[in-house]
Ligand binder design. Structure first.
Ligand code: SAH
Ligand code: SF4
Ligand code: F3S
Length: 436
């Protein structure tokens, strides 16, 4: 048989995208060839997400499509990686006959072995979770670019009652500060201009000597021309030390993704989020005092079990108080195996949708107003490349993660920092002209 060529499709959060680079690193180390063309591949891997039912439905639809490919090209191997692999395990193979291998997030070192097994005509399953695996020694395979995602920790110990992540990713564990710093040094030499440190709850990063603030500070001094971003912060664990560290280093972005989920203390308690709205708002206050100009984004769930109209109004109220720059907004989706799954999913689809609409509408309005208020200001933008809509325009982002579009100019190259004066704004984008 001709040499194996592997194609990977990635779904879900940024940690999954980082994991795909890790898997590619593992495969490259063993001399496997990767391809970006599904038609050239004889191994097709889907790195999947289980966070909401619709994420899984998307994969089932994709598998139906792959069934056709497999029928036309005999001997094609199809594998499921990621959170669905971990959640559904051998059921995936039993129910979806076209799946040949199922590999969970802590067993990626064994993918080459499972691919061989699959070619030998047997199904391969590796879904053990580990308390220690961090893939610290593996260099992810990355193409050249400006931004690199770096997983600094794996797993989550928070057990929010709605969430599958603690079950699909296992217990929290962190990489060593040194290996992360070394990775950033290599990225700096390759011309990267931005790193985003990733974890489900980066605030609980610990390599036994250093906490997350130490890690951020160490990351920031590697190369002052590299912007350092991070996600996600849990409101219970965000320390003042971390806020001071962000304030102290000019290249740590003044932008915090701080999921609130709901504005009602009763619902937060049912969600096991372990903070109150008072604590949350106080934290936002402190962050704004310590880091002038800091901006926030959030995650919100509508229609959690027992959520009343009053609870919903409290969520809208928090949004008005904080005035987030942006938000990721979802309808509650019951996940088997979680605590909330045992509660009755008693909010109808119509009510969930209506509340979600209220939330989206309000956020849209707030984002629009915040962006309007930026008109006339000057921002330092990292030029990332052509804008989506036109090659005559460049696009980049501000320190606070807002997209800015400005006319192309010969003097500006991808990766440059440029000063742009904002002269127009929508709820999603700022427009301006170069001041350099
Ligand atoms: N660790 C991060 C991200 C978790 S997943 C955090 O703690 O915020 C991203 C978001 O998906 C969550 O913040 C939550 O808003 C949403 N989410 C998770 N499980 C969900 C579910 N069962 N239904 C709807 N939204 C969910
Ligand atoms: Fe899920 Fe909560 Fe962990 Fe985030 S903190 S991954 S929402 S359990
Ligand atoms: Fe999805 Fe797993 Fe990420 S469930 S959101 S891919 S951790």
């Amino acid at each position: 048989m001709s040499k194996n060529k592997i194609y990977i499709e990635t779904y879900g959060c940024q940690m999954n995208f980082a994991d795909t680079e890790l898997v590619m690193g593992i495969l490259k180390n063993q001399n496997y060839e990767l391809t970006k063309e599904i038609d050239d591949a004889n191994v097709i891997l889907l790195n999947t997400c289980s966070i909401r039912d619709n994420a899984e439905q998307k994969i089932y639809a994709r598998l139906e499509h792959l069934r056709g490919i497999k029928r036309r090209r005999n001997g094609t191997v199809v594998g499921i990686l990621g959170c669905m692999a971990e959640r559904l395990r051998k059921n995936l193979i039993e129910e979806k006959k076209i799946v040949d291998l199922v590999v969970g997030p802590d067993e990626y070192r064994r993918i080459p072995e499972f691919i061989d097994t699959a070619f030998a005509g047997e199904k391969g399953i590796g879904v053990k979770l580990s308390r220690t695996e961090t893939y610290d020694d593996i260099i992810p395979y990355r193409e050249d670019g400006l931004n690199a995602w770096i997983s600094v920790m794996r797993g989550c110990d928070k057990f929010c009652t709605f969430c599958v992540v603690p079950f699909t990713r296992g217990r929290e564990r962190s990489r060593s500060l040194n290996s992360i710093v070394n990775e950033i040094k290599q990225l700096s030499e390759r011309g990267f201009r931005e790193v985003t440190l990733l974890g489900q709850n980066v605030n609980s990063y610990s390599d036994n000597e250093n906490d997350f603030a130490d890690l951020l500070a160490a990351a920031a001094v590697v190369d002052r021309s590299i912007r350092v971003r991070f996600t996600t912060s849990h409101p219970q664990d965000l320390s003042d030390k971390l806020l001071y560290t962000i304030a102290e280093h000019p290249n740590i972005c003044n932008y915090i993704h701080l999921p609130v989920q709901s504005g009602s203390n009763r619902i937060l308690d049912l969600m096991n989020r372990t903070y109150t709205i008072e604590h949350y708002l106080n934290l936002i206050e402190r962050a704004r005092t310590i880091i002038p100009g800091v901006s926030f984004s959030t995650d919100i769930i509508s229609g959690f079990p027992t959520e009343t109209e009053e609870d919903h109004l409290m969520t809208l109220d928090v949004m008005k108080k904080v005035r987030y720059d942006g938000a990721y907004m979802f309808k509650y989706s019951p996940r088997e195996g979680t605590k909330a799954f045992e509660m009755k999913d008693d909010i109808t689809e119509e009510v969930k949708a209506k509340r979600l609409n209220d939330i989206i509408y309000l956020q849209h309005q707030i984002s629009f107003e915040i962006n309007q208020s930026q008109i006339g200001t000057e921002e330092i933008i990292l030029a990332e490349g052509n804008s989506k809509k036109s090659d005559d325009f460049f696009a980049g982002r501000t320190d606070t993660n807002k997209i800015v579009v400005f006319p192309r100019d010969e003097r500006i190259n991808t990766g440059d920092y440029v000063k742009v004066k904002i002269n127009r704004a929508t709820s999603g984008t700022l427009f301006g002209e170069v001041r350099k």
